[in-house]
Structure formats: C-alpha cells, structure tokens
Design a protein around this ligand. Structure first.
Ligand code: PLP
Length: 403
C-alpha cells in the first residue's frame, strides 16, 4: 500500500483540471505575475523554509498535536484523531498562510499588506503577522460583519491595523473581497494582498495550499507514529477551503483513505439559505477563478448563508472543484442546527469548545458515524463563537439564524 499522497499541482496557467486560472482585470496582471514569480522562487529557497519553519515552531506553536478523542470515539463507534489547529497562535489554521505571505511581502519589498475578513479570523491573523513583521495593515470587512464581530474589530485595532467597513452589496465577506481588490489595483506599488483562503486568481489557490499543507504532512506522520496506520477517513469543513486542502494534501490519492469536505448547509439545501457551493452549486467564475459557486440562473452571485461567519461565502477554491470532479474527495453538508448541536456535544464530550466552522465536520461525524480511524480537522477554537451561540440559545430562533 502506498503511503504517499499525490502532489497535486496546477498547470502553468494555474488550472486544476478545468478549474482555477486567472480571471483578473488587466491592471492586476503585473501584480499577480509578480506574486507568482516571487512564490516560484521562495518555494525552492531553503532559507525561506528555514525561517518559516522556525516561526511556525516558536511563534505559532507547530507542530499542533494529533489528539485521540476517546469520549467522542466511544460516542460514535470509531477512533477519532483530532488535528488541533485550535491550539495555533490566534486560534485557527489561518496563521499558517499569513506567516508565509508576510515573508513574501518582505521579499517583494512591500511595506503594506491588506486583507479581507468575514468573521474576523483572517483579519486578526493578518494583523498579527503585520505587527510581527512591522508592516502597515488595512483590513476590509463588511459593515454587517463588523457589527457581528465587534470584538475581533477591536482586536485588530489593538494590533495596529486599520479596519475599513464595506457598505456595498450585502456588506459581508464577498463585498470585502471586492473592496480589497480595488485597494490592491490602486496601491499595487507598495501593497501585497494577503488572500485568506485557497481562492482568488492564480497563484493564490496554489500558494495558500502549499502554505497550509504543513497540516496534512504533520497529521500523516503523527498518525503513522501514534496509530501505526493511516486513517480510513479524513473530514474537514469547507468555506473557501484552506483548512480542508491543508489536511487533504497529506492524504489525497492514497488507497483506502476517504476525504470528506463538509459544507455549510444553512437552513437546508432545499432552501436558498446555505453556502454549499461545491456540493450544491454550479461552475462559474468568482473572484478571479473558475470554480464551484452559488449563482442565480442569470449568473448573478447568490448570497450564502451559514450560522458560521467563516463559512458564509458563495464559492470555494478551484482545487476543491477539481477534487470533486475527479472523485478524489467527496463533499457533503450539514445544517446550522446540526452544527450547533455538534458544537455542544463536542464541548461536553471532550472539554474543547470548537469553532462553529469546525463543528460542521464534527456534525458530519455524529450523523454518518464512519468506522475505523478518522482524522477530524479541528480548524479553530470556539471562543469567538460563544456569544453567537449564547444569543441563539436565548432568542429562541426557530430558523437557527443569527439576527
Ligand atoms: C476561516 C475559517 C474557516 C473557513 O475557511 P477555510 O478557508 O475553508 O479553511 C474554517 N474554520 C475556521 C476556524 C476559520 O477561522
């Protein structure tokens, strides 16, 4: 049996099969080509990896443990191994990507970084990296999200970042991304755009994947060392798709390992109130890449809905579209209600409050009860969600929707 995953790489146009590519306005092309050139250099540069690996270890807290969750295991009748990205500095996998891109900004000689954020997690990670590297930082955030995540706005400001509210469109993540692209076009001379997931035009889906694959590489080694075998199943939640791609990349294409991406089913796939773009969307172009997106018949991008702000995005990265089309991974969804229940169940069984995003992967385990050894990607911790969950519980919302 092979224990090495396939190393999935995009072609020279940034395509994963028929997905990906670079659908960007002419004015952005020089910047995208510059980032691609710099990334091609960095990824084969030993000094870059030495510096990044030292930061990962001493600053961010890698490797994160692989924890055998005995009470959850007993509950579902499998052996569940939890990859603890909740223990990373800033509380999620996001910093894996940000540290790499801050080093890239420095290599490009750019003193300013910008980012978009929905729940605020990528904004906080970028504000953290910017402080660490002495970079100016502006984070774009939908006005609605700023209200929902007021504490994260304050956290970013404390770290020296300027948070700009976006009042256009639905005033959420998709609009914040549009605004960040606008800023980048205007300030490309001195600014690097730190995209927060495996989305956007080439080379971002590729670069962010390569920065997140440390999670999957670690997990594979830990699994072999601790369990003496590979898992039968690997499960992760999918928003833009970076935490899932990170863990999947350690196992993709290995015989007998099933990869499952769990998307936000919101109020149910029969309604329009969900964010399941890979499993229930269709092919189209969003934010510079051809991928699976939520769109109306006329091509207009639909609003996503999820109880979890970090999954509330109407598309997913092109590599996920490719993994689905090629049968290398499968995609499912769970509802807001199932995710909330899993949030409580996991907290009580394991003494770990999961991020609401990661609770989607847990909910899939609770519902499907796969047998054998399972790796559960715990993308982040749930401290940020405690208030949301408390408000939902106290307002008796029959549709499970945060007001
Ligand atoms: C941002 C975030 C996600 C969703 O983003 P992906 O790119 O799909 O990983 C999931 N979990 C946590 C904890 C997050 O902060």
């Amino acid at each position: 049996m092979t224990t090495s995953p396939i190393d999935i790489q995009p072609d020279e146009h940034g395509r994963f099969g028929e997905y990906g590519g670079r659908y960007a306005p002419e004015v952005l092309m020089p910047a995208l080509l510059e980032v691609e050139r710099a990334w091609r250099e960095l990824r084969t540069d030993d000094a870059f990896w030495t510096e990044l690996n030292t930061l990962r270890r001493d600053y961010a807290g890698r490797p994160t443990p692989l924890y055998r969750a005995d009470r959850l295991s007993e509950h579902i009748g499998a052996t569940v191994w939890v990859k603890r990205e909740d223990l990373m500095h800033t509380g999620s996998h996001k910093l894996n990507n940000v540290l790499g891109q801050c080093l890239l900004a420095r290599r490009l000689g750019k003193p300013r970084v910008i980012a978009e954020t929905g729940a605020g997690q990528h904004g906080v990670a970028t504000a953290t990296g910017a402080a660490r590297f002495g970079l100016d930082c502006v984070v774009y955030m939908g006005a609605v999200d700023m209200e929902r995540q007021a504490l994260n706005v304050f956290r970013m400001e404390m770290l020296g970042t300027k948070v700009v509210g976006v009042e256009s469109g639905s005033r959420t993540l998709k609009d914040a991304i549009n605004e960040a692209f606008r800023d980048w076009v205007a300030n490309v001379e001195d600014t690097h755009y730190v995209i927060g997931s495996v989305v956007g035009p080439h080379p971002f889906p590729w670069m962010v994947k390569e920065l997140q694959r440390v999670v999957g590489d670690e997990a594979r080694e830990q699994m072999l060392a601790q369990a003496g075998k590979l898992p039968e199943t690997v499960v992760a939640c999918v928003g833009g798709g970076s935490n899932a791609i990170g863990i999947f990349s350690g196992f993709v294409g290995i015989d007998g390992v099933r990869l499952v991406g769990v998307e936000p089913g919101g109020l149910g796939l029969a309604t329009e109130e969900h964010g399941a773009s890979v499993s229930a969307g269709s092919d189209g172009v969003l934010h510079g890449a051809r991928t699976r997106i939520l769109q109306a018949p006329d091509g207009l991008i639909r609003e996503a809905h999820s109880v979890s702000a970090g999954l509330d995005y109407p598309g997913s990265g092109p590599e996920h579209a490719y993994l689905r089309a090629s049968g290398l991974a499968e995609y499912a969804s769970v509802t807001d209600e199932e995710a909330l229940e899993a949030f409580h169940t996991f907290s009580r069984l394991e003494g770990i409050v999961p991020a609401l995003e990661a609770a989607h992967a847990i909910a899939w385990l609770l519902r499907e009860r796969p047998s054998g050894d399972v790796i559960l990607m715990l993308s982040g911790r749930g401290d940020k969600d405690v208030e949301t969950v408390k408000n939902l519980a106290s307002q008796d919302a029959p549709d499970g929707r945060p007001s």
